[in-house]
Design a protein around this ligand. Structure first.
Ligand code: 5RP
Length: 269
């Protein structure tokens, strides 16, 4: 692996912990208007200081995020479908040269294993890995779940292993029972998606369980930006991912931020 590839990976997976907190705001690429993302920058400006990277499309990056923003970018490179039709028929939507122009630290696409678009999306992953290697940009494969597929270890493990075999540098999937086995069978770091909004304590429990089971972090969106305290949630998730906080400690961080009495960061003596 060359220096540029390693350097970009280190921008995402923090070298001190080998873990990452990605903030995902790319939902509009197939969902269209998404609650909480009406004005993307208004939503993320107070969250960015607590995230290790921001995952989004080039359209929202160019239109909404000030170029002076200090956050590594994970750029979505796939799309072409909407919730009105077959989601698995995604194609590549961005040239790698544009990802370079946008100073992406990593590039990402979805693969749909077990769905109509399986072959095309897996070949897209292989193409993106080749393009990424040409310029030293790591690829995150998102193991998307088709509407008929269940989120269970047998299926998600298949998807993660195939993505890693095709050269993905990181894989994103859903947390499920038997997650340790998925981690054991996937020779690259795994991050979990948050999925639909759930109660804050449940979302923190899921993040905690995933880290305990060997996840290298989270790529979370709705459970942060749709929370009644987005800053509280991102701080709490960060404590779990980067500081090995337990569930109670993390939930207290969320509750105190929500109540307006945030825990003070330790100050240097
Ligand atoms: C969609 C994505 C989203 O980024 C992903 O689902 C993460 O967001 P959330 O935590 O809201 O599920 O990759 O394919």
């Amino acid at each position: 692996m060359d220096w540029g590839m390693k350097n970009r990976l280190n921008r995402i997976l923090q070298p001190e912990t080998g873990r990452t907190l990605m903030l995902a705001i790319d939902h509009g690429y197939f969902l269209g208007p998404t609650s909480g993302l009406e004005e993307p920058y208004e939503t993320v400006k107070d969250l960015i200081p607590h995230a290790d990277s921001l995952m989004l499309t080039r359209g929202v990056l160019r239109s909404c995020i000030p170029p002076g923003t200090k956050i590594p970018i994970v750029l979505r490179m796939s799309g072409g479908t909407s919730i009105l039709k077959e989601l698995s028929e995604e194609g590549l939507t961005v040239a790698v040269e544009d990802a370079i122009r946008l100073n992406a630290s990593a590039i990402t696409l979805s693969v749909f294993i077990g769905a109509d678009g399986e072959r095309a999306t897996l070949l897209n992953l292989a193409k993106l890995v080749d393009a990424g290697h040409q310029y030293g940009i790591p690829v995150l494969a998102v193991t998307a779940v088709g509407k008929d597929m269940v989120r269970e270890a047998r299926y998600l493990g298949l998807a993660c292993r195939i993505a890693a075999e095709l050269g993905a540098h990181m894989v994103k999937t859903y947390f499920c029972d038997g997650f340790e086995e998925i981690v054991r069978n996937t020779p690259v770091p795994i991050v979990i998606a948050g999925g639909k909004k759930r109660p804050e304590r449940d979302a923190l429990q899921m993040a905690y369980d995933a880290i305990q089971a060997g996840a290298s972090g989270v790529d979370m969106g709705r459970n942060i930006f749709q929370s009644d305290s987005p800053v509280g949630m991102i701080k709490a998730v960060r404590a779990i991912v980067q500081k090995d906080a337990g569930l109670e400690e993390a939930f207290t961080i969320y509750e105190e931020e929500k109540a307006g009495t945030p825990v003070l960061e330790p100050q240097p003596a």
